[in-house]
Design a protein around this ligand. Structure first.
Ligand SMILES: Cc1cc2nc3c(=O)[nH]c(=O)nc-3n(C[C@H](O)[C@H](O)[C@H](O)COP(=O)(O)O)c2cc1C
Length: 372
């Protein structure tokens, strides 16, 4: 069924279809009985007839209802959390969020490569800016928790019970395009402080290929400065939030070793492996087509093996001591299991969601349950 819908959707501009589909889902979910049906339709097996303890995905103090999340960049502005929860996601990583709102790069900037089950994007951190997004998250949390005070319109500053939110929210943070790299730490600080009350964990993104110079921050010294600064800020809050670092799949082995050393040295909470790649090798899509698409990060199937290798390498080198969220080329249950077997504790989808459709979480969970 989704294949037919997909064939129709793929006839139109990828970014427009993205917004159209999510807005359509939002309209459907705004009707309570339709939302109930959608939620029931996409419910993962463990919620119906399997003991939750069989799928006990706990990380730090966070209880994930399942290990399948939505990767950063899909719901950049935290606009569709209820709808994504209805589709069964265990967690959603919002962002990348920057201090100031940004329009991102010129359109078109998102392209499909159906022959490779892949996408190329050069979005360039288009987002509403951290203040708007923090406010949206605050309202969402309050609506989820349905505090009576909200309805009365009273001040509710200190009543944001994160722990009760069923959907885990990750806050993926970055720097504005206009911020020079030497001041990048300030941008991360602004986003970290503004989102701290409203997200369950943070991801420091220094690995997007679409912000000029950003990936240079993956070098050990600038990285250490940003991460240790955030760790110090974290201590100012009563409830500390886990901090992850998202790495590029294009790092050399020496660079990955540096990241591992640093993570161990500063006691980083975890890694997200990996972001999109700038590599264009071994694609089925013709060179001439690739040339018309231009620069950007490649995601989807061509990333799959590379990301699994990185997860496995980090896991083996650290004896599984650094929690890893795996992202890259996950389309089905077997792909998710491959990442979990390689040492990941959670998985995220993005391109797979576009190609496989809204039942992707349910299908992955069914497979994981049968093959655990
Ligand atoms: C259109 C698009 C936008 C993305 N935007 C972001 C982003 O803002 N921040 C980020 O950390 N990753 C971003 N990503 C990378 C994804 O989060 C993910 O790591 C990557 O696509 C690999 O997973 P996949 O193969 O399942 O797509 C984006 C990916 C796509 C396709």
């Amino acid at each position: 069924m989704y294949k037919i819908i997909r064939n129709i959707l793929f006839m139109f501009d990828a970014e427009k279809v993205h917004h159209f589909s999510m807005n359509a889902l939002r309209i459907l979910c705004s009707i309570p009985f339709i939302k109930k049906i959608i939620t029931k339709l996409f419910k993962s097996p463990q919620f119906t007839n399997v003991e939750p303890s069989n799928f006990n995905f706990q990380l730090f103090n966070l209880q994930f209802k399942n290990p399948v999340g939505l990767a950063a960049g899909f719901d950049k502005n935290a606009k569709y959390l209820n709808e994504l929860e209805a589709l069964g996601f265990g967690f959603v990583e919002i962002g990348t969020v920057t201090p100031l709102p940004q329009g991102g790069n010129q359109t078109p900037r998102l392209f499909r490569l159906p022959k490779d089950k892949a996408l190329i994007n050069r979005m360039g951190f288009n987002n509403d800016g951290v203040l708007v997004i923090a406010d949206r998250l605050k309202k969402w949390q309050l609506s989820v928790n349905d505090l009576p005070l909200v309805k009365k319109g009273l001040q509710i500053e200190n009543q944001l019970p994160n722990a009760n939110c069923k959907l885990i929210i990750g806050g993926n943070i970055g720097k504005n395009k206009i911020t020079p790299n030497e001041n990048a730490w300030k941008d991360y600080e602004i986003c970290f402080n503004a989102l701290h009350d409203y997200v369950d964990y943070f991801v420091v993104n220094v690995s997007s290929p679409n912000t000029p110079g950003l990936r240079e921050l993956q070098e050990k010294e600038p990285l250490k400065k940003i991460l240790t600064h955030l760790q110090n800020l974290n201590k100012n809050f009563t409830q500390q939030k886990p901090i992850f670092l998202k790495i590029a799949p294009d790092l050399t082995q020496t660079q990955i070793d540096d990241v591992i050393d640093l993570a161990q040295e500063i006691n980083l909470d975890g890694l997200v492996a990996a972001n999109t790649t700038i590599d264009r090798d071994n694609l089925n899509t013709q060179h001439s087509v690739l040339n018309t698409m231009g620069a950007g990060g490649l995601s989807g199937l061509p990333l799959k093996n590379k990301c699994t290798e990185i997860v496995k390498y980090i896991s083996q080198k650290t004896n599984g001591k650094i929690p890893i969220i795996a992202s890259g080329g996950i389309f089905n249950g077997a792909d998710a299991k491959e990442k979990l077997d390689a040492g990941a504790c959670l998985v995220q989808v993005w391109t797979g969601f576009v190609y496989e459709g809204p039942a992707i979480v349910k299908k992955i969970m069914k497979y994981l349950y049968k093959n655990k």
